[in-house]
Design a protein around this ligand. Sequence first.
Ligand code: ZN
Length: 66
Amino acid sequence: MEEAMPGFMMRLVQEFADKVQPALADRYLREGEVGRCRICGRPTSRDREICSFCAVRMRAAGTATG
Ligand SMILES: [Zn+2]
């Protein structure tokens, strides 16, 4: 079911990231808990190697290829 429209899912994820990431980045900067996604370089929490955007994107890609 979920792999029916990976392109649509990707677009949702991207729009979500564009809206949410700036707010998260601002929060992280204030708290001084800034990490960097090793894939896209977006600010993320320090205990994470990749941001939530890339995590979902990788899952979507994996689903698309089966
Ligand atoms: Zn990322």
